[in-house]
Ligand binder design. Structure first.
Ligand code: PGA
Length: 249
């Protein structure tokens, strides 16, 4: 049976002191459960604090971005190898803010996916259409292109370490959550794409998360739909009590 994954994306929020305070509150209300994974994608400068605070408590820590080269003259970038050595288990790849604000192309996401796996990190590939693309009826065309290129180099051995997050760009940080039907329609199409690309077994085991204005008040209805295997939560993950509501569900 596939895992249900609850992932927090803190974006560029929280200092190390605020990170420590968050985990003190969060861990007092959190208990891990079988079949579930809980992950925090924290800012690079908070990774050491997050790993120290959560050691042995059943949550994973991830970086929000890696560079696609292992090391070298890339001032200001995050090394996948260093993230792994610091204790990260996960990394986000291709978040829409990376794509739209920092010029991350599908080809770059493909290189990052490959390097993450090579360095022993579990990559979560983010895909999703803009409002214009949805309005033009191109949602699946865009999502399939992002999947096809981003996952091009995956081999049979890689799939078990990969997770996919569907995040419609128009829903991220806007308060405009996708309807349960809209989310389920795309998740079902992603699973069908995976079945064609990698076979029924890989498709059945792949967690596909929804992200985009998921909140304690709206996630249950989305979660009850077919093919929704968790959430990538931005704004509503910044307060421990709010994110605990997702984890307690
Ligand atoms: P949001 O962000 O929950 O604040 O919309 C989600 C994300 O960007 O991953």
């Amino acid at each position: 049976m596939r895992q249900f994954v609850l992932a927090a994306n803190w974006k560029m929020n929280k200092t190390p002191v605020e990170t420590a305070a968050f985990f003190q509150t969060f861990l007092s209300g959190f208990s891990p459960s079988p079949g579930r994974q809980t992950v925090f994608f924290v800012p690079a400068l908070d990774i050491t604090t997050a790993i120290g605070a959560t050691n042995g408590r059943g949550v994973g820590i991830g970086t929000q971005n890696i560079h696609f080269e292992k090391k070298g003259a890339f001032t200001g970038e995050n090394s996948a190898e260093a993230a792994k050595a610091a204790g990260c288990e996960w990394t986000l790849v291709g978040h829409s803010e990376r794509r739209s604000l920092f010029g991350e192309t599908d080809l770059i996401t493909a290189k990052k996916m490959k390097l993450a796996l090579e360095c022993g990190l579990k990559p979560m590939l983010c895909v999703g259409e803009s409002l214009d693309e949805r309005t033009a009826g191109e949602t699946m065309k865009v999502v399939e292109r992002q999947l096809t290129v981003g996952l091009e180099a995956m081999t049979a051995a890689d799939w078990a370490s990969v997770t996919i997050a569907y995040e419609p760009v128009w829903a991220i940080g806007t308060g405009k959550v996708a309807t349960p039907e809209q989310a389920s329609e795309v998740h079902t199409a992603i699973r069908a794409w995976l079945e064609r690309r990698a076979g029924a077994e890989v498709a059945a085991a792949m967690p596909i998360l929804y992200g985009g204005s998921a909140k304690p008040e709206n996630f249950r209805e989305i979660a009850s739909q077919k093919n929704i295997d968790g959430f990538l939560v931005g704004g509503a993950s910044l307060e421990a009590d709010s994110f605990l509501k997702f984890c307690a569900w």
